[in-house]
Design a protein around this ligand. Structure first.
Ligand code: FE2
Length: 349
């Protein structure tokens, strides 16, 4: 009996020590963010969150590939709470691999983000559109009238189009959305047409495509909206600023489903040690002050209503366009492998 009693006593002391230990750790209110966005100014935003809530933000910055690899390796012993990256296709792919969990379903999140731009596991925190840039000297209004993504395969653009490589996530997501809307067969035909229209083998980033149109190597380019504003801002140097002035933006599919939209997304990692804090941080990223921070620093469109994009976006890209709000962004991850397969089969470098 005595021995049993001693055991109980020892156990209860152990339990007390353990619970003190655990509560000390949970008192250290923190949230671990694996962050693939590379904006120095984002640090200020996270400091504001800490000041408001007392929750420390541990930022682990890296490239999306490296951060994803670490999340996959850590598996159930996840150290990350949130994974923040560009492109719904990346968040969707992490979901498909089983590394995310549900929980981004609070009333604040649902009220802020339209249904097609979120799932229970990841949500859009800023928007971008993938659009057409053209040379106003070499492309007429009549040629562009009613232009769609589907129309990029029209033989009238033969030798006139530039777009980056098929391995690029923005292209995978665009093509995934075409699969979602038109089916694999039609998209495979389309991809062949696009490749036949290319002015050169795909190379370079989105800004390089805009530069190619400015330099007369091509008449139209596909690139994301924020890059034009970034180039016009002068942050990428005088040459790119001048080039950006030589192209105009065109928003495709205005007469049907709207222009292809994508997001920077925040994903809730499976096994997140600070899940509740992660939800709080996502809610904070969707407040007007955070949204203004994003729009002014990255030239993305705000995720929420009532916040204006940067004046550089408003003045040079315009706001008056119909967004595709119907195609679920979750389809970008779902159709990603098929999209790459289709592009590769068409000879898209
Ligand atoms: Fe980008």
């Amino acid at each position: 009996m005595r021995r049993y009693g001693e055991k109980v006593k020892k156990l209860s002391i152990l339990t007390l020590i353990t619970s003190l230990f655990v509560s000390t750790f949970s008192i250290a209110d923190e949230v671990n963010v694996f962050n693939a966005r590379h904006y120095k100014a984002d640090g200020e935003l996270y400091s504001k969150f800490t000041n408001m809530t007392g929750i420390k933000v541990n930022l682990i910055n890296g490239k999306s590939g490296a951060l994803e690899k670490r999340i996959i390796e850590e598996g159930a012993d996840a150290s990350a709470d949130l994974y923040i990256t560009a492109d719904a296709g990346r968040c969707g792919a992490m979901d498909a691999k089983g590394h995310l969990q549900g929980g981004l379903t609070s009333a604040a999140i649902k009220a802020a983000v339209p249904k097609s731009f979120r799932t229970s596991k990841w949500v859009g925190i800023a928007k971008r559109a993938r659009i057409i840039y053209y040379s106003p000297e070499r492309v007429t209004g009549a040629e562009l009238s009613g232009m769609t993504y589907e129309g990029l395969a029209d033989p009238k653009w033969k030798g006139r189009l530039v777009i980056r490589k098929s391995s690029n996530i923005y292209n995978k997501s665009l093509v995934a959305s075409l699969i979602e809307n038109n089916g694999k067969k039609a998209t495979a035909e389309w991809a062949k047409g696009v490749v036949a229209n290319m002015a050169r083998d795909s190379k370079g980033n989105d800004r390089a495509q805009i530069m190619a149109v400015a330099a007369g190597e091509a008449d139209i380019a596909v690139a994301n909206t924020y890059y034009l504003a970034l180039m016009l801002s002068g942050k990428k140097g005088a040459e790119q600023q001048e080039a950006a002035k030589k192209v105009k933006a065109f928003f495709p599919n205005q007469n049907d489903r709207g222009t292809h939209m994508n997001v920077s997304c925040a994903a809730l990692v499976k096994g997140a040690p600070n899940k509740a804090n992660a939800v709080k941080l996502v809610e904070f990223l969707l407040t007007p002050q955070s949204q203004e921070h994003f729009t002014n620093n990255t030239f993305e469109f705000p995720m929420i209503d009532g916040v204006s994009p940067s004046p550089l976006v408003v003045n040079n890209l315009g706001l008056d366009f119909q967004q595709d709000m119907k195609t679920k962004l979750a389809s970008y991850g779902k159709n990603q492998a098929a999209a790459l397969e289709i592009m590769t089969a068409a000879g898209w470098k």
